[in-house]
Design a protein around this ligand. Structure first.
Ligand SMILES: NC(=O)c1ccc[n+]([C@@H]2O[C@H](COP(=O)([O-])OP(=O)(O)OC[C@H]3O[C@@H](n4cnc5c(N)ncnc54)[C@H](OP(=O)(O)O)[C@@H]3O)[C@@H](O)[C@H]2O)c1
Length: 325
Protein backbone atom coordinates (compact mmCIF):
# COMPACT_ATOMS: atom_id res chain seq x y z
CA UNK A 1 0.00 0.00 0.00
CA UNK A 2 1.36 3.40 -0.99
CA UNK A 3 1.72 6.00 1.73
CA UNK A 4 1.10 9.71 1.83
CA UNK A 5 2.59 12.43 3.99
CA UNK A 6 0.13 14.50 5.96
CA UNK A 7 1.38 17.85 7.18
CA UNK A 8 4.97 18.92 7.66
CA UNK A 9 5.74 17.19 10.98
CA UNK A 10 6.54 13.68 9.67
CA UNK A 11 3.16 11.92 9.75
CA UNK A 12 2.83 9.33 6.98
CA UNK A 13 -0.27 7.18 6.49
CA UNK A 14 -1.53 4.67 3.95
CA UNK A 15 -3.12 6.25 0.87
CA UNK A 16 -6.35 4.44 1.76
CA UNK A 17 -7.16 4.13 5.44
CA UNK A 18 -10.05 2.57 7.31
CA UNK A 19 -12.85 4.46 9.08
CA UNK A 20 -14.12 2.37 11.98
CA UNK A 21 -17.21 4.44 12.83
CA UNK A 22 -19.34 2.16 10.64
CA UNK A 23 -18.80 -0.63 13.19
CA UNK A 24 -21.05 1.20 15.69
CA UNK A 25 -24.36 0.62 13.93
CA UNK A 26 -24.71 3.99 12.19
CA UNK A 27 -25.21 2.12 8.91
CA UNK A 28 -26.88 -0.91 10.48
CA UNK A 29 -25.63 -3.31 13.11
CA UNK A 30 -22.61 -5.59 13.14
CA UNK A 31 -21.46 -7.95 15.90
CA UNK A 32 -18.18 -7.45 17.74
CA UNK A 33 -16.52 -10.58 16.33
CA UNK A 34 -17.22 -9.52 12.74
CA UNK A 35 -16.16 -5.95 13.52
CA UNK A 36 -12.82 -7.09 14.95
CA UNK A 37 -12.32 -9.38 11.94
CA UNK A 38 -12.88 -6.43 9.60
CA UNK A 39 -10.29 -4.27 11.38
CA UNK A 40 -7.82 -7.20 11.30
CA UNK A 41 -8.45 -7.65 7.60
CA UNK A 42 -7.52 -3.99 7.09
CA UNK A 43 -4.29 -4.47 9.05
CA UNK A 44 -3.49 -7.72 7.20
CA UNK A 45 -3.82 -5.93 3.87
CA UNK A 46 -1.58 -3.09 5.01
CA UNK A 47 -4.43 -0.60 5.40
CA UNK A 48 -2.87 0.61 8.63
CA UNK A 49 -4.39 4.08 9.07
CA UNK A 50 -7.29 3.29 11.38
CA UNK A 51 -9.69 6.10 12.27
CA UNK A 52 -11.91 6.12 15.34
CA UNK A 53 -13.26 8.56 17.97
CA UNK A 54 -14.02 8.33 21.66
CA UNK A 55 -17.64 9.23 20.93
CA UNK A 56 -18.18 6.29 18.53
CA UNK A 57 -20.13 3.95 20.76
CA UNK A 58 -18.94 5.90 23.83
CA UNK A 59 -15.55 4.14 23.83
CA UNK A 60 -16.80 0.87 22.34
CA UNK A 61 -15.16 1.60 18.96
CA UNK A 62 -11.79 2.35 20.53
CA UNK A 63 -12.19 -0.90 22.49
CA UNK A 64 -12.73 -2.85 19.25
CA UNK A 65 -9.47 -1.47 17.91
CA UNK A 66 -7.67 -2.52 21.08
CA UNK A 67 -8.99 -6.05 20.60
CA UNK A 68 -8.10 -6.11 16.90
CA UNK A 69 -4.55 -5.04 17.73
CA UNK A 70 -4.06 -7.66 20.43
CA UNK A 71 -0.96 -9.75 19.69
CA UNK A 72 0.22 -7.44 16.91
CA UNK A 73 3.10 -4.98 17.04
CA UNK A 74 1.93 -1.50 18.05
CA UNK A 75 3.51 -0.04 14.91
CA UNK A 76 1.30 -2.19 12.68
CA UNK A 77 -1.38 0.51 13.02
CA UNK A 78 -1.43 4.27 12.77
CA UNK A 79 -4.17 5.02 15.26
CA UNK A 80 -6.17 8.20 14.81
CA UNK A 81 -8.83 9.10 17.36
CA UNK A 82 -10.85 12.17 18.27
CA UNK A 83 -12.40 13.85 21.30
CA UNK A 84 -14.67 16.80 21.93
CA UNK A 85 -18.16 15.32 21.39
CA UNK A 86 -19.34 14.73 24.95
CA UNK A 87 -20.75 11.27 25.70
CA UNK A 88 -20.13 10.98 29.44
CA UNK A 89 -22.53 13.61 30.82
CA UNK A 90 -19.89 16.35 31.16
CA UNK A 91 -21.57 19.71 30.51
CA UNK A 92 -20.85 21.31 27.15
CA UNK A 93 -22.36 23.39 24.39
CA UNK A 94 -25.15 22.06 22.19
CA UNK A 95 -24.67 22.16 18.43
CA UNK A 96 -27.60 21.37 16.16
CA UNK A 97 -26.10 19.71 13.07
CA UNK A 98 -27.22 20.22 9.50
CA UNK A 99 -29.12 16.94 9.83
CA UNK A 100 -31.11 18.30 12.79
CA UNK A 101 -29.71 16.27 15.67
CA UNK A 102 -27.85 17.74 18.61
CA UNK A 103 -24.22 17.15 19.62
CA UNK A 104 -22.77 18.38 22.91
CA UNK A 105 -19.27 19.80 22.49
CA UNK A 106 -16.51 20.49 25.00
CA UNK A 107 -12.99 21.73 24.22
CA UNK A 108 -12.11 23.02 27.70
CA UNK A 109 -8.54 22.20 28.83
CA UNK A 110 -9.70 19.97 31.71
CA UNK A 111 -11.89 17.93 29.34
CA UNK A 112 -9.04 17.74 26.80
CA UNK A 113 -6.77 16.15 29.39
CA UNK A 114 -9.45 13.78 30.69
CA UNK A 115 -10.31 12.68 27.14
CA UNK A 116 -6.70 11.93 26.26
CA UNK A 117 -6.07 9.72 29.26
CA UNK A 118 -9.35 7.91 28.71
CA UNK A 119 -8.63 7.24 25.00
CA UNK A 120 -5.14 5.94 25.80
CA UNK A 121 -6.63 3.55 28.32
CA UNK A 122 -9.53 2.41 26.11
CA UNK A 123 -7.23 1.85 23.13
CA UNK A 124 -4.68 0.12 25.37
CA UNK A 125 -1.75 2.12 23.96
CA UNK A 126 0.94 4.45 25.36
CA UNK A 127 0.71 6.93 22.52
CA UNK A 128 -1.93 8.02 20.00
CA UNK A 129 -0.49 8.63 16.54
CA UNK A 130 -2.96 11.29 15.40
CA UNK A 131 -5.29 12.99 17.85
CA UNK A 132 -8.09 15.22 16.59
CA UNK A 133 -10.51 17.70 18.06
CA UNK A 134 -13.77 16.31 16.60
CA UNK A 135 -15.60 19.67 16.47
CA UNK A 136 -14.55 23.07 17.86
CA UNK A 137 -16.38 24.03 21.06
CA UNK A 138 -18.20 27.34 20.37
CA UNK A 139 -17.56 28.54 23.94
CA UNK A 140 -13.84 27.74 24.15
CA UNK A 141 -11.39 29.63 21.91
CA UNK A 142 -9.71 27.06 19.66
CA UNK A 143 -6.33 28.41 20.81
CA UNK A 144 -7.08 27.19 24.36
CA UNK A 145 -8.18 23.76 23.19
CA UNK A 146 -5.12 23.31 20.95
CA UNK A 147 -2.75 24.55 23.68
CA UNK A 148 -4.16 21.82 25.94
CA UNK A 149 -3.84 19.23 23.15
CA UNK A 150 -0.21 20.28 22.68
CA UNK A 151 0.43 19.31 26.32
CA UNK A 152 -0.34 15.76 25.22
CA UNK A 153 2.37 15.98 22.54
CA UNK A 154 4.88 17.37 25.05
CA UNK A 155 4.02 14.56 27.48
CA UNK A 156 4.73 11.96 24.75
CA UNK A 157 1.12 10.73 24.75
CA UNK A 158 0.34 12.01 21.23
CA UNK A 159 2.49 12.09 18.08
CA UNK A 160 0.58 14.46 15.78
CA UNK A 161 -2.36 16.83 16.17
CA UNK A 162 -5.42 17.06 13.95
CA UNK A 163 -8.64 19.07 13.83
CA UNK A 164 -12.00 18.28 12.30
CA UNK A 165 -15.10 20.09 11.07
CA UNK A 166 -13.74 23.61 11.37
CA UNK A 167 -13.37 26.75 9.28
CA UNK A 168 -10.25 28.02 7.52
CA UNK A 169 -10.11 30.89 9.97
CA UNK A 170 -10.22 28.58 13.00
CA UNK A 171 -7.50 26.47 11.41
CA UNK A 172 -5.17 29.45 11.01
CA UNK A 173 -5.60 30.41 14.66
CA UNK A 174 -5.08 26.82 15.84
CA UNK A 175 -2.01 26.21 13.66
CA UNK A 176 -0.37 29.33 15.14
CA UNK A 177 -0.55 27.70 18.60
CA UNK A 178 0.84 24.28 17.63
CA UNK A 179 1.52 22.74 14.19
CA UNK A 180 -1.49 20.82 12.91
CA UNK A 181 -0.69 17.81 10.71
CA UNK A 182 -4.14 16.85 9.42
CA UNK A 183 -7.66 18.14 9.06
CA UNK A 184 -10.62 15.81 8.79
CA UNK A 185 -13.56 17.12 6.79
CA UNK A 186 -16.24 15.62 4.57
CA UNK A 187 -14.84 15.43 1.06
CA UNK A 188 -15.88 13.43 -1.98
CA UNK A 189 -17.39 13.95 -5.41
CA UNK A 190 -20.69 14.80 -3.75
CA UNK A 191 -19.27 17.17 -1.12
CA UNK A 192 -16.62 19.46 -2.55
CA UNK A 193 -17.04 22.66 -0.50
CA UNK A 194 -13.62 22.13 1.14
CA UNK A 195 -12.12 23.19 -2.20
CA UNK A 196 -13.37 26.76 -1.73
CA UNK A 197 -11.46 27.95 1.33
CA UNK A 198 -10.43 25.16 3.68
CA UNK A 199 -8.25 23.14 1.32
CA UNK A 200 -6.40 26.17 -0.13
CA UNK A 201 -5.68 27.33 3.44
CA UNK A 202 -4.46 23.85 4.39
CA UNK A 203 -2.12 23.83 1.40
CA UNK A 204 -0.79 27.26 2.29
CA UNK A 205 -0.09 26.03 5.84
CA UNK A 206 1.21 22.60 4.77
CA UNK A 207 -1.56 20.53 6.38
CA UNK A 208 -2.95 17.24 5.00
CA UNK A 209 -6.61 16.35 4.41
CA UNK A 210 -8.27 13.19 5.68
CA UNK A 211 -11.64 13.11 3.89
CA UNK A 212 -14.43 11.61 5.93
CA UNK A 213 -17.32 9.87 4.16
CA UNK A 214 -15.23 9.67 0.96
CA UNK A 215 -17.90 7.37 -0.52
CA UNK A 216 -20.66 9.89 0.21
CA UNK A 217 -21.83 7.71 3.14
CA UNK A 218 -22.07 4.84 0.64
CA UNK A 219 -24.18 6.73 -1.94
CA UNK A 220 -21.40 6.87 -4.53
CA UNK A 221 -21.00 3.08 -4.48
CA UNK A 222 -24.40 2.81 -6.19
CA UNK A 223 -25.45 0.07 -3.79
CA UNK A 224 -26.49 2.01 -0.66
CA UNK A 225 -29.76 0.76 0.78
CA UNK A 226 -30.91 2.67 3.85
CA UNK A 227 -32.26 0.35 6.54
CA UNK A 228 -34.45 1.12 9.55
CA UNK A 229 -31.74 1.75 12.14
CA UNK A 230 -29.51 3.69 9.80
CA UNK A 231 -28.46 7.29 10.38
CA UNK A 232 -28.87 8.07 6.69
CA UNK A 233 -32.60 8.20 7.56
CA UNK A 234 -31.89 11.76 8.75
CA UNK A 235 -29.47 12.65 5.93
CA UNK A 236 -31.49 14.84 3.53
CA UNK A 237 -29.36 13.74 0.57
CA UNK A 238 -30.83 10.24 0.83
CA UNK A 239 -34.46 11.38 1.05
CA UNK A 240 -37.29 11.84 -1.48
CA UNK A 241 -36.67 14.19 -4.39
CA UNK A 242 -33.09 14.82 -3.32
CA UNK A 243 -32.29 11.13 -3.57
CA UNK A 244 -33.87 10.88 -7.03
CA UNK A 245 -31.96 13.96 -8.25
CA UNK A 246 -28.72 12.62 -6.81
CA UNK A 247 -29.23 9.19 -8.39
CA UNK A 248 -29.70 10.89 -11.75
CA UNK A 249 -26.65 13.08 -11.31
CA UNK A 250 -24.33 10.24 -10.34
CA UNK A 251 -25.62 7.58 -12.78
CA UNK A 252 -22.78 8.41 -15.23
CA UNK A 253 -20.25 7.65 -12.47
CA UNK A 254 -21.41 4.05 -12.45
CA UNK A 255 -21.25 3.89 -16.24
CA UNK A 256 -17.70 5.22 -16.19
CA UNK A 257 -16.68 2.68 -13.52
CA UNK A 258 -18.03 -0.14 -15.72
CA UNK A 259 -16.15 1.21 -18.73
CA UNK A 260 -12.92 1.34 -16.70
CA UNK A 261 -13.46 -2.15 -15.31
CA UNK A 262 -13.51 -1.01 -11.69
CA UNK A 263 -16.27 -0.63 -9.10
CA UNK A 264 -18.08 2.64 -8.41
CA UNK A 265 -16.53 2.67 -4.91
CA UNK A 266 -13.06 2.43 -6.42
CA UNK A 267 -13.79 5.23 -8.88
CA UNK A 268 -15.14 7.51 -6.13
CA UNK A 269 -12.04 6.87 -4.00
CA UNK A 270 -9.69 7.24 -6.97
CA UNK A 271 -11.21 10.67 -7.72
CA UNK A 272 -10.48 11.75 -4.13
CA UNK A 273 -6.90 10.45 -4.32
CA UNK A 274 -6.32 12.31 -7.60
CA UNK A 275 -7.15 15.65 -5.96
CA UNK A 276 -3.66 15.83 -4.40
CA UNK A 277 -1.01 13.70 -2.72
CA UNK A 278 -1.76 15.51 0.54
CA UNK A 279 -5.11 13.67 0.75
CA UNK A 280 -5.66 10.28 2.43
CA UNK A 281 -9.30 9.09 2.68
CA UNK A 282 -10.69 6.70 5.31
CA UNK A 283 -13.60 4.76 3.76
CA UNK A 284 -15.67 2.72 6.19
CA UNK A 285 -17.15 -0.73 5.68
CA UNK A 286 -18.51 -3.44 7.96
CA UNK A 287 -17.55 -6.10 5.46
CA UNK A 288 -14.04 -7.54 5.48
CA UNK A 289 -14.32 -8.44 1.78
CA UNK A 290 -14.73 -4.78 0.85
CA UNK A 291 -11.45 -3.72 2.46
CA UNK A 292 -9.43 -5.16 -0.43
CA UNK A 293 -11.78 -3.60 -2.99
CA UNK A 294 -11.40 -0.16 -1.42
CA UNK A 295 -7.63 -0.54 -0.93
CA UNK A 296 -7.22 -1.33 -4.63
CA UNK A 297 -8.50 2.16 -5.47
CA UNK A 298 -5.01 3.41 -4.59
CA UNK A 299 -3.72 1.76 -7.81
CA UNK A 300 -6.36 3.23 -10.13
CA UNK A 301 -4.99 5.80 -12.57
CA UNK A 302 -7.55 8.20 -14.04
CA UNK A 303 -6.86 10.13 -17.23
CA UNK A 304 -7.13 13.90 -17.42
CA UNK A 305 -10.24 13.44 -19.57
CA UNK A 306 -11.88 11.13 -17.01
CA UNK A 307 -11.12 13.59 -14.20
CA UNK A 308 -12.49 16.51 -16.20
CA UNK A 309 -15.65 14.52 -16.91
CA UNK A 310 -16.17 13.73 -13.22
CA UNK A 311 -15.44 17.32 -12.18
CA UNK A 312 -18.12 18.56 -14.58
CA UNK A 313 -20.55 15.88 -13.42
CA UNK A 314 -20.55 17.10 -9.83
CA UNK A 315 -19.15 20.60 -9.31
CA UNK A 316 -19.13 22.26 -5.88
CA UNK A 317 -22.67 22.58 -4.51
CA UNK A 318 -24.29 20.35 -7.17
CA UNK A 319 -25.56 17.60 -4.88
CA UNK A 320 -29.17 17.97 -3.70
CA UNK A 321 -29.78 18.12 0.06
CA UNK A 322 -28.04 19.59 3.11
CA UNK A 323 -24.93 18.39 4.90
CA UNK A 324 -24.00 17.40 8.46
CA UNK A 325 -21.37 20.13 8.90
N1 LIG B 1 -14.77 13.73 11.58
C1 LIG B 1 -16.05 13.48 11.47
O1 LIG B 1 -16.91 14.26 11.92
C2 LIG B 1 -16.50 12.22 10.77
C3 LIG B 1 -17.82 12.12 10.34
C4 LIG B 1 -18.20 10.95 9.68
C5 LIG B 1 -17.28 9.94 9.48
N2 LIG B 1 -16.00 10.06 9.94
C6 LIG B 1 -15.00 8.99 9.71
O2 LIG B 1 -14.94 8.72 8.32
C7 LIG B 1 -15.12 7.34 8.10
C8 LIG B 1 -15.76 7.09 6.74
O3 LIG B 1 -16.99 7.75 6.63
P1 LIG B 1 -18.38 6.97 6.58
O4 LIG B 1 -18.19 5.60 7.08
O5 LIG B 1 -19.37 7.84 7.23
O6 LIG B 1 -18.75 7.00 5.04
P2 LIG B 1 -18.16 6.32 3.71
O7 LIG B 1 -16.84 5.73 3.96
O8 LIG B 1 -18.32 7.36 2.67
O9 LIG B 1 -19.26 5.19 3.40
C9 LIG B 1 -19.51 4.12 4.26
C10 LIG B 1 -20.63 3.32 3.65
O10 LIG B 1 -20.20 2.83 2.38
C11 LIG B 1 -20.44 1.43 2.27
N3 LIG B 1 -19.29 0.85 1.54
C12 LIG B 1 -17.98 0.93 1.86
N4 LIG B 1 -17.22 0.33 0.91
C13 LIG B 1 -18.08 -0.14 -0.02
C14 LIG B 1 -17.91 -0.83 -1.24
N5 LIG B 1 -16.69 -1.15 -1.69
N6 LIG B 1 -19.01 -1.16 -1.95
C15 LIG B 1 -20.25 -0.85 -1.52
N7 LIG B 1 -20.48 -0.17 -0.37
C16 LIG B 1 -19.40 0.18 0.38
C17 LIG B 1 -20.52 0.92 3.70
O11 LIG B 1 -21.43 -0.15 3.77
P3 LIG B 1 -20.98 -1.61 4.28
O12 LIG B 1 -20.64 -1.47 5.71
O13 LIG B 1 -22.21 -2.42 4.02
O14 LIG B 1 -19.81 -2.01 3.42
C18 LIG B 1 -21.10 2.14 4.45
O15 LIG B 1 -22.50 2.10 4.38
C19 LIG B 1 -15.98 6.90 9.29
O16 LIG B 1 -15.96 5.51 9.48
C20 LIG B 1 -15.35 7.68 10.41
O17 LIG B 1 -14.18 7.01 10.87
C21 LIG B 1 -15.60 11.20 10.57
Amino acid sequence: MQTRKLGSQGLEVTAIGYGAMVLEGYYGGVGDAEAIETIRQALDLGVSHIDTADAYGGGHNEGLIKQALAGRPRESATIATKFGIVFDGTPGRDLVTGWGHTLTLNGEPAYVQKSLDRSLQTLGVDVIDLWYLHYPDPATPIEETVAAMAEGVRAGKVRYLGLSNLTAEQLRRAHAVHPISAVQYEYSLWRREAELELLPTMRELGIGLVPWSPLGSGFLTGSASVGENDFRQINPRFQGENRVANEDRFAPLHEMAKRLGITSAQLALAWVLHQGDDIAPIPGTRKAARIAENAAAASVVLSAADLAYLNDLAPVGATAGGTLV
